[in-house]
Structure formats: structure tokens, C-alpha cells
Design a protein around this ligand. Structure first.
Ligand SMILES: CC(C)(COP(=O)(O)OP(=O)(O)OC[C@H]1O[C@@H](n2cnc3c(N)ncnc32)[C@H](O)[C@@H]1O)[C@@H](O)C(=O)NCCC(=O)NCCS
Ligand SMILES: Nc1ncnc2c1ncn2[C@@H]1O[C@H](COP(=O)(O)OP(=O)(O)OP(=O)(O)O)[C@@H](O)[C@H]1O
Length: 200
């Protein structure tokens, strides 16, 4: 039996940093919703065409690819526009994730990780056996987001507000990793969780 672990957290709390540990330290495969969400909107894909129809050609860059920072600014300032984008992208992401999950299950992997930022918002926790939330204080989250995405503080806050509050996610999770400290400290927490769940 493959243990399916759902990994989530809010933007810039460190979910990708923890996700990488599953592969690098424990050889557990990861299915990353953010990566799939990029692949399904490449030029020529069905979702790409629908996005251009809905948002217009002004969201394309000079290579006719989607200008992600620009589209981000639009959808994180308007929840109806965000909903419209989600409606186009999420079904495609879900399909791909399920295909990949079935593949890893067929390989009899002891565990597999579904790395999904909107796991609880979209009720995708029904797909997994256990959930882990990666947590960080709001101030840490904001600082990491401003630095990494080169956003203004106002734009960063808008992105943070587009997600379910972290403290609510924490109450829904089977385990929480406090990622305010060092990366090494978070690795120790992850290792303990996996030992607890008899994955190691
Ligand atoms: C708006 C877009 C173009 C911005 O792209 P950008 O490269 O700047 O960000 P990226 O995709 O790397 O996402 C960064 C983080 O933003 C948050 N986020 C992304 N989309 C959403 C959303 N629709 N609602 C809430 N939070 C979101 C997540 O925490 C994610 O990890 C892009 O995020 C997108 O297409 N979003 C819709 C699809 C989606 O929901 N993806 C998330 C996983 S399925
Ligand atoms: N424990 C830590 N100490 C210092 N910096 C960290 C730590 N964890 C993550 N970071 C940094 O914070 C930023 C956000 O981390 P990461 O990309 O892992 O977050 P994320 O939750 O996956 O974000 P997103 O939801 O946007 O995909 C990155 O620049 C990362 O290098």
C-alpha cells in the first residue's frame, strides 16, 4: 500500500523547500501542483487557449507565453477573475495529478507526496491519507514573499489573502512543520513525522 501524503501551506511559508526534502533525503516521489499548473498553460495546450480567450492577448509576453507576473497581478486583485482562472486551470491539474498518482501507486512506492498549495481550499484532502502543513509566521511569510517574487508589500499581502488562513489549515492537518527556523530544523521535524507514520 502506498501512503499518500498531502503537503500544503500558504504562499512562501516554505512548502517547496520541504517538498524537495522528500525527494533528496527520503527518496519519496513528489507530484507538484505548481509545476503541473505551469505545464498545462504552455502555448498550444487547451487551458492556454481558454486563458487567452478569457483574459485577452494583453496577458501574453513577446514570445506569446503567458506573462505570469502580469496575470498574477490581475487575478490576485480580483477574486472573480481568480475564480475564472481557477476554473480553467484546476481541472487540468487534477487530471494530471491523478494520472501521476496512479503511476506511482502501480510502482508500489511506500509513499508519495502530493504538493498542493490549495489542498484544503479545493477539498483535495480526500485524495490523501495524511496531511502536513508547512507553517511560518505572517511576518516571515511576507518577508520571504517580497524578497523571492520582488513584489511590493501591498501585492504580497493580496496574494496571502487569496488563501485560507494558515491557522485554519493547521487545525485540519495531521502534522505541522514550523518553518520559522533553519532548514535543518525543519528537516528534523519532517524526519520525526515520517518515523511516526512508519514511512522510514
Ligand atoms: C496567477 C499565476 C499565473 C501567477 O503565477 P506565478 O508564477 O507568479 O506564481 P506560481 O504559479 O509560482 O504560484 C505561487 C504560489 O501562489 C499561490 N497561488 C497560485 N495560484 C493561486 C490561486 N489561484 N489562489 C490562491 N493562491 C494561489 C500558491 O501558493 C502558489 O504556490 C499562477 O499562480 C496561476 O496560474 N494560478 C492559477 C492556478 C493555481 O491555482 N495554481 C496553484 C496550484 S494548482
Ligand atoms: N527555513 C527557512 N529559512 C530561510 N529561508 C527559507 C526557509 N524556508 C524557505 N525559505 C525561503 O523562503 C522562500 C519561500 O520558500 P518556498 O519557495 O519553499 O515556499 P513555498 O511555500 O513553496 O512558496 P509558494 O507557495 O509560493 O510556492 C524561498 O526563497 C526559500 O528559499
Amino acid at each position: 500500500m502506498t501512503l499518500v501524503i498531502g503537503l500544503t501551506g500558504n504562499i512562501a511559508t516554505g512548502k517547496s523547500t520541504i517538498s524537495k526534502m522528500f525527494n533528496d533525503n527520503f527518496h519519496i516521489p513528489i507530484i507538484d501542483a505548481d509545476i503541473i499548473a505551469r505545464e498545462v498553460v504552455e502555448p498550444g495546450e487547451q487551458a492556454y487557449n481558454k486563458i487567452v480567450e478569457t483574459f485577452g492577448e494583453e496577458i501574453l509576453d513577446n514570445e506569446r507565453k503567458i506573462n505570469r507576473p502580469f496575470l498574477g497581478k490581475i487575478v490576485f486583485s480580483d477574486e472573480f477573475k481568480r475564480e475564472a482562472l481557477n476554473k480553467i486551470v484546476h481541472p487540468e491539474v487534477r487530471k494530471e495529478m491523478l494520472d501521476k498518482l496512479n503511476y506511482w501507486k502501480s510502482q508500489n512506492k511506500r509513499a508519495v507526496v502530493l504538493d498542493i498549495p490549495l489542498l484544503f481550499e479545493n477539498n483535495l484532502d480526500i485524495l490523501v491519507d495524511k496531511t502536513i502543513v508547512v507553517s511560518a509566521d505572517t511576518s516571515t511569510q511576507l518577508a520571504r514573499l517580497v524578497k523571492r517574487n520582488k513584489l511590493t508589500e501591498e501585492d504580497a499581502r493580496k496574494r496571502m489573502e487569496a488563501q485560507m488562513p494558515l491557522h485554519v489549515k493547521e487545525t485540519k492537518a495531521d502534522a505541522v512543520i514550523d518553518n520559522n527556523g533553519t532548514v535543518e530544523n525543519s528537516l528534523e521535524q519532517l524526519s520525526e513525522i515520517l518515523e511516526d507514520w512508519k514511512v522510514l
